[in-house]
Design a protein around this ligand. Structure first.
Ligand code: FES
Length: 147
């Protein structure tokens, strides 16, 4: 049911933890399943993501997608990190079962929330970044129509 990569990231999640004095922190949840994810970003003066850590209180797919998302955004610019969509995370994991697609949305939204927090702290605007939501279950309904 799950790809080897999903199982690997679930069993050995990368970048679990917190970053002290993070440049940006984002927390999102899904009211329907009750899962919560928090992302920490360390962004240098050139706008490069030097480090990314996460904490996820959620299902195995949420752990695997957050782990992969942290790997994908590390070393990227803020603009490049915006391209790390739930689809990109799923592709990097060799797919997720349809009922678990919404878990990957939590990872995308948590990155956006952390970037939003970074932009707020710096007093800048990030092109293409919309204000993140705290509860993604509304977005999830749009997603269900897509898949
Ligand atoms: Fe809620 Fe996976 S079931 S994030």
């Amino acid at each position: 049911m799950y790809s080897e990569k999903v199982m690997d990231h679930f069993n050995n999640p990368r970048n679990v933890g917190e970053i002290d004095d993070a440049s940006g922190v984002g927390t999102v949840g899904n009211a329907k399943c009750g899962d919560i994810m928090r992302m920490y970003l360390d962004i240098d003066d050139d706008g490069i993501i030097q480090n990314c850590k996460f904490k996820t209180f959620g299902c195995g797919a949420a752990v695997a997608t957050s782990s992969m998302a942290t790997e994908l955004v590390k070393g990227k610019t803020v603009q490049e990190a915006l391209q790390v969509t739930n689809r990109a995370v799923m592709e990097a994991l060799d797919g997720l079962p349809p009922v678990k697609v919404h878990c990957s949305l939590l990872a995308e939204e948590a990155i956006h929330a952390a970037l939003w927090d970074y932009a707020q702290k710096k007093g800048i605007e990030i092109d293409g970044l919309e204000k993140p939501v705290n509860d993604i279950s509304e977005k999830e309904e749009e997603l269900e129509e897509e898949y």
